[in-house]
Design a protein. Structure first.
Lengths: 518, 215
């Protein structure tokens, strides 16, 4: 092949996708830092104090409910003989499921090189950790004698006994606690460069107030002396990739193991092989709904509309639509399999779900989870903030009902009619559940105050200006290329130049007296 | 300065003269990328670049191989898996055998979930611990922190450092080279602070403004 034809073959074929810029409003690197870090630096607004007070009140309700339960026993909950797993397990599965979206965004979408994840992954991971913290409350106190909870762990005890490793409930202890630990590690590793950003902006010397000095200590310690050296980034990026690769099977395994709690038993309605994928899909569904709920609020309050863009939320809504439909499909498949199995107990369990005493919960679940997300087929609706906010809450209500339906309707009428009973919660079930919202809000508000809510380094890395070749194509010569004498210009002709629309307007439009921004 | 050069996995560590040398600031990732290529071509080896985010292609430009962290994590994973199987066998079949529905005291199948989870846990701990160890973190003191300009490295500053222990290091000539390849400013960073090095005969570069803290 001659050189001429080779060149012709390499004619740039630009595929222009209708893709919105990830960072909008012409922000440069410094603007991104400002937009995010300013919320860690400014005086605490009154609204935050009000919200935090509310969270603390709810949190104290949680502690009071727990104290009451520990003092009087699990009988204070509405549990009865067939229904030994009531709201506690429903709430546990619900909170763990919510956590899954954070890991999905931070790990799975990272492996798939979905750059839009960068603006929401920090907050979503925080949501994961706090949701797991809420979830762990329930099984811990459901054991009844909470002071003996260490029996769950393989540590030597006074009975010289070990846990039963053949029990799915024990697998759950490992799965959820390790999931929480790995999520914290992943989150912290992601935070290191951004904590260094906060550290480097704290005034030093004479200007430093007492608050600055405390902040220097705290952020200086937590950022571990990070300098952004390329040799460090090299290991850091590898560690991040490995953690993403580890967290991906982990997150799938966690809800799989949670579903084993049900599926490994022989209760009609639980004993199905569809549970692991169905639970994982449901977890992603509810988690993304919670991400949308939180991000709509955060981007509004923190004025991060240019970073957490409407396009990002739209993508979350598409995932809600897909996983909601998958979950709905699973509901229908379960029904089909119950009929097809020919087992009367299995068939009855599903007829009872639909038309029995808990039919209201079943139809609430169907409406919220299968029907309501179909609204997102319409682009206008999935880009509408009020609609997505309302729907994200509807979805999480629906997912709570799903866990209620699975847990309670299966248990309350199993094989023997003489053991049937009706379950209803007590006020202590409700107060504990509502109280965990206080625990979640308490942690999330502290996160909003003291940590960068957006992964600054990752957002910058996903901007077109972060690519060194971006500057080679601009051709305005104003970027310090004077000395390279053409040495560094190894421009790959097959690599498309950045689209003109991606070029932020700030370099020309904004009066730029800062010599360091571009 | 007389200590032998000890390279630990690409990191220069445990030396009094680590991170002592000329620090040059560049306006953007492209300029830094081109500069480091030229500086390397001139025979400098003790160089390091600093940026607010990892720059694509910088490892190749600096002549670094890929990170060896994966090997460490592999051994972490093996440890986790073996420990988990050993623990479950020892606890349920050897130390205190528990007969559950007359199932075998130990079998691979019911041991898989816990083995899987512990594999992940040990791998993740190795990945994070290994990354910190290879990077020599935490490192609370670093002469670079004396530089006021360097405070922008986690914001929008792009820096190239040539250390004094480089064989080709010569303060005036190296500084001139750094200006030639497009540095906006060059300063010497040592254990007693920093001093600016201006380009021969030219005025000193514009003073760096303090980062604006909105309150």
């Amino acid at each position: 092949m001659s050189t001429a034809t080779a060149t012709a073959a390499h004619e740039p074929q630009r595929i222009v996708l209708d893709e919105e810029a990830l960072v909008q409003g012409g922000l440069d690197f410094h603007d991104v830092t400002e937009a995010v870090v300013v919320h860690v630096e400014k005086e605490i607004p009154t609204m935050w104090y009000l919200a935090f007070t509310g969270a603390c009140l709810l949190l104290s309700m949680m502690w009071f409910s727990l104290a009451f339960q520990v003092w009087n026993g699990t009988g204070t909950w509405g549990l009865n003989n067939p229904v030994g797993w009531g709201w506690a397990i429903v709430n546990f599965v619900w909170w763990v499921g919510i956590g899954h979206a954070g890991t999905l965004i931070s790990a799975v979408l990272f492996l798939f090189r979905q750059k839009w994840r960068t603006s929401i992954n920090r907050a979503a991971e925080a949501m994961t950790i706090f949701a797991v913290a809420c979830a762990l409350i329930f099984p811990t106190f459901h054991v009844g004698r909470v002071w003996l909870v260490y029996y769950l762990l393989p540590i030597p005890n006074q009975m010289v006994m070990w846990p039963n490793f053949k029990s799915p409930l024990l697998w759950d202890v490992f799965a959820v606690s390790i999931y929480g630990s790995v999520s914290i590690l992943f989150w912290y590793v992601g935070l290191i460069p951004d904590l260094a950003t906060v550290r480097d902006r704290i005034p030093t010397g004479d200007k430093a107030t007492l608050r600055d000095k405390i902040r220097q200590r705290v952020y200086g310690t937590l950022s571990l002396g990070w300098t952004g050296a390329n040799r460090h980034w090299r290991h850091y990026e590898r560690a991040y990739l490995l953690l993403a690769g580890l967290a991906t099977p982990l997150v799938l395994s966690v809800h799989t193991v949670v579903s084993f709690d049900f599926a490994v038993s022989n209760v009609p309605g639980w004993h199905t092989t569809i549970f692991p994928p169905y639970f994982v899909a449901g977890a992603i569904f509810s988690g993304f709904a919670m991400v949308v709920t939180l991000m709509v609020l955060v981007r509004k309050i923190y004025k991060l509309e240019n970073i957490i863009t409407l396009g990002v939320l739209e993508k979350c809504n598409i995932i809600i639509l897909v996983t909601g439909t998958v979950v709905g499909f699973a509901y229908i498949t379960e029904f089909f399999v119950a009929w097809y199995s020919g087992v009367i107990f299995e068939q009855y369990a599903f007829i009872n779900r639909m038309f029995g005493p808990y039919a209201w919960a079943y139809w609430a679940m169907m409406t919220c989870n299968l029907i309501s997300p179909q609204v997102f087929w319409v682009k206008r609706f999935r880009r509408s903030i009020p609609i997505m906010f309302a729907l994200s809450i509807v979805v999480n209500i629906g997912m709570w009902f799903e866990r209620f339906v699975i847990t309670v309707t299966s248990l309350h009428r199993d094989f023997l009619i003489s053991s049937w009973d009706y379950y209803s919660p007590t006020i202590w079930d409700v107060s504990l559940y509502v109280g965990t919202f206080g625990w979640f809000s308490f942690l999330f508000l502290l996160f909003l105050r003291y940590a960068p809510v957006v992964a600054i380094a990752e957002v910058k890395g996903a901007m077109p200006e972060a690519d060194p070749h971006f500057y080679h194509h601009e051709g305005d010569g104003g970027h310090g290329h004077t000395g390279d004498g053409g040495d560094g210009h190894t421009v790959n002709p097959t690599q498309p130049a950045p689209l003109p629309s991606e070029e932020p307007a700030s370099s020309d439009d904004v009066a730029d007296d800062d010599p360091f921004s571009r | 300065m007389s200590s032998p050069t000890k390279r630990i996995a690409g990191l220069f560590s445990g030396r009094a003269d680590a991170n002592v040398g000329l620090l040059a600031q560049f306006p953007n990732p492209g300029a830094l990328y081109d500069a480091v290529k030229t500086v390397r071509k001139r025979g400098y080896t003790r160089i390091e670049t600093y940026s607010p985010f990892p720059i694509h292609g910088m490892d190749a430009a600096m002549g670094l191989s890929y990170s060896k962290l994966g090997f460490l994590v592999f051994f972490g994973a093996i440890t986790g898996t073996s420990l988990a199987f050993l623990m479950q066998w020892w606890m349920n079949a050897y130390d205190y055998p528990i007969n559950i529905s007359n199932k075998p005291l130990f079998a691979i199948e019911p041991s898989v979930p816990v083995a899987f989870e512990l594999t992940i846990l040990f791998s993740a701990l190795t990945a994070v611990g290994g990354m910190l160890a290879l990077n020599g973190l935490p490192r609370p003191y670093n002469p670079l922190f004396f530089s006021k300009r360097f405070a922008r490295v986690t914001d929008d500053g792009f820096f190239l450092q040539v250390e004094t222990r480089d064989d080709n290091y010569d303060e005036a000539a190296t500084a001139e080279l750094l200006y030639e390849v497009g540095a906006m400013s060059v300063e010497f960073v040592g254990h007693d602070g920093t001093r600016d090095i201006t380009r021969g005969g030219q005025a000193a570069p514009v003073e760096v403004p303090e980062p604006v803290i909105n309150t």
